[in-house]
Ligand binder design. Structure first.
Ligand code: APR
Length: 320
């Protein structure tokens, strides 16, 4: 059986890291696509030359023509511009919306059966626009945010508790922005919910609140340190986790920006919710019950996403 084909639309920092991870995990053959001439070709060659040492079997190719993504099983989209210090993800809206139009058209023409994972920011609005521009079924188009935000939350929690990251589970829902909602009640150390750990005296509410805030600011903290771009190792790893769930029909339960049609009292938008990812793409949106502040914060986050979607419609009338 032929290997799956993974098309990476955007061969920048995240795109290159995605390619390296996909090859090392032997998820399939990789096409790196970019408008910049030479960049995808150079990265493809460089990564292919890590094959003998790493011992992977995967073909890598760089491309500037959408025809090269033909028949891709998975497309991961990072095309666009990243944040600079002082910029919010929302500041990228106008520029990256135009990029989503060309990417959506390219995917519609050459890879209409692909599972599409969008990483370009502002995430929730970009994945919404990408689905519209591409016309692909909503269950085959999703956005990577919750896996990354949850990974950041898990990392900070593991440091606080001095335990393995493997034993920390966490859920971050809502939009991928300042209003994201780390769900403390549904986050655990080896199954023990965080509020119980506060009661047990293992941490304090103040420390937990600080970790929640650091999670919300997780991307900005890295932008501030790097100064010339935004995070790419963990975003790429998160995208690959979702691609693998699809390619291997793993039925993983992962939070991601999915099309919501009725769940959480919302419809017609993309926002971060728990999902099941398998061979049919987003196979299920899990509609958990949110209480009190969780619901207020989630609704606030949804309002922020809706605001960005409206801004997209104002910029491009074909989306209205
Ligand atoms: N089509 C294809 N590729 C494009 C287009 C386009 N229309 N416009 C820009 N690109 C390419 C750039 O040439 C660049 O190689 O997208 C790539 C983006 O790479 P980086 O600038 O290195 O950005 P990266 O850190 O990978 O982040 C990409 O993901 O997390 C988000 O906020 C981040 O929106 C940003 C995106």
């Amino acid at each position: 059986m032929a290997r799956p084909k993974i098309a990476l639309i955007g061969a920048g920092q995240i795109g290159g890291t995605l390619a390296h991870l996909a090859a090392m995990k032997e998820l399939g053959d990789v096409i790196l696509f970019d408008i910049a001439e030479g960049t995808p070709q150079g990265k493809a060659l460089d990564i292919a030359q890590s094959g003998p040492s790493e011992g992977f079997d995967a073909a890598l190719k760089g491309a500037n023509d959408y025809a090269d993504i033909a028949g891709a099983d998975v497309c991961i989209v990072t095309a666009g511009v990243p944040r600079k210090p002082g910029m919010s993800r929302d500041d990228l809206l106008g520029i990256n919306l135009k990029v989503m139009k060309s990417v959506g058209e390219g995917i519609a023409k050459y890879a209409p059966d692909a599972f599409v994972i969008c990483i370009t920011n502002p995430l929730d609005a970009m994945v919404w626009a990408l689905q519209k521009f591409s016309g692909l079924p909503a269950n085959k188009v999703c956005g990577m945010a919750g896996v990354l935000d949850s990974a950041r939350f898990r990392h900070f929690l593991s440091l606080e508790f001095g335990v393995s990251m493997k034993d920390v589970t966490a859920f971050v829902l809502g939009g991928h922005g300042d209003t994201m909602v780390p769900l403390v009640r549904y986050s655990t150390v080896a199954g023990i919910p965080l509020p119980d750990l506060v009661k047990m005296g293992w941490t304090t509410q103040e420390k937990l609140d600080a970790i929640v805030q650091r999670t919300r600011d997780g991307g900005a903290e890295i932008v501030g340190l790097l100064k010339t771009g935004s995070a790419y190792y963990a975003p790429a790893t998160s995208g690959i986790e979702m691609a693998e769930a699809y390619l291997k029909d793993q039925k993983r339960v992962l939070p991601c920006a999915a099309y919501v049609d009725g769940a959480y009292g919302q419809s017609g938008i993309y926002v971060g919710v728990p999902t099941v990812i398998g061979a049919n793409g987003i196979e299920k949106v899990i509609d958990i019950t949110l209480e009190g502040e969780e619901k207020t914060n989630f609704d606030k986050s949804v309002d922020a996403v809706k605001g960005l979607i409206e801004a997209c419609k104002n910029i491009d009338s074909s989306l209205a």
